[in-house]
Design a binder for this molecule. Structure first.
Ligand code: FE
Ligand code: FE
Ligand code: ZN
Length: 280
């Protein structure tokens, strides 16, 4: 089954996102629980959640994916920014209990000069503090491009964070693979997809891969930039992205587009991928 969707605005609530997804021929989606810059979260309405759950069941939705605010940085050298990360992370995970059984993705963070060696224990410390709030949610670290001082641009760094975390069973703590980010980080998913997935399996474990962000890239291979492009208009290309969603090792992992599109553009990309999906 191809669980395919895109990033949607959460402004009108869960049922509205579900209806939009159905119109786009999607059967999952990604959303923010609060303003991506980290403002106050909107209250969750139980009636809205009930309506969404009924719609999701009727249309056979896969797991949906909440994305942490971009400002959440668990390894900042600034203690007040780490405190903000801890509070927002915990609060988001408490909110996720309204929609149990889904996924929450965060960027491991940027060490802003203090080095990966100091950053990793700080990320682990915050994970250990917030994971008790994730009673029915799988928490995911996103693969990053390595722009600036981003942590998590190598599979080794992600594996180290996961292995040091206390609550780290594969169904509790996993990874969201972003195609634009890994390609920019130097993993050649265009020419060596099997090798990259073999490496992912060996270092992190494919049993921890719970979500995919499917994006083309504006910048060249190993550029360590983070510029998403529409499918087929970037350096990764349509063929490589289609090959990726059809890879047997990635079967049934929910795929979300984060391409620069309005809804009609997302609908076109979803149609293109569905037409070219062969795993059944
Ligand atoms: Fe992200
Ligand atoms: Fe992403
Ligand atoms: Zn990105």
């Amino acid at each position: 089954m191809l669980y395919l969707g895109c990033h949607l605005s959460s402004a009108a609530g869960f049922a509205a996102m579900g209806k939009t997804a159905v119109q786009l021929n999607a059967n999952t989606f990604q959303f923010f629980l609060r303003n991506p810059r980290g403002g106050a979260a909107k209250d969750i309405n139980p009636d809205d959640v009930r309506e969404f759950l009924a719609l999701a069941a009727a249309h056979g939705f896969g797991k949906i994916l909440a994305h942490a605010p971009y400002t959440l940085n668990p390894c900042s050298k600034d203690a007040s920014i780490r405190e903000f990360a801890r509070n927002v992370f915990a609060d988001d995970l408490r909110r996720m209990e309204n929609i149990p059984g889904n996924l929450y993705n965060f960027h491991p963070g940027s060490h802003v000069g203090q080095g990966v060696e100091k950053a990793i224990p700080e990320i682990v410390e915050i994970l250990d503090e917030v994971m008790p709030e994730a009673k029915h949610t799988t928490v995911l670290l996103e693969t990053m491009s390595g722009k600036g001082s981003e942590v998590g641009a190598t599979f080794e760094e992600l594996a180290e964070i996961i292995s040091r975390a206390r609550d780290n069973a594969p169904e509790r703590l996993g990874v969201c693979l972003d195609t634009c980010h890994v390609y920019s980080a130097g993993y050649d998913i265009v020419n060596r997809l099997d090798d990259v997935l073999e490496k992912f399996d060996r270092i992190i474990g494919l049993n921890r891969l719970h979500a995919i962000h499917l994006n083309d890239s504006m910048t060249e291979f190993a550029s360590h930039k983070d510029r998403h492009e529409r499918l087929g208009q970037g350096t990764i290309g349509k063929e490589a992205l289609i090959r990726l969603i059809n890879h047997p090792a990635l079967k049934s992992v929910p795929v979300n587009l984060e391409t620069p599109n309005e809804l009609p553009g997302y609908a076109e990309e979803i149609a293109l991928l569905r037409q070219n999906y062969t795993l059944g």
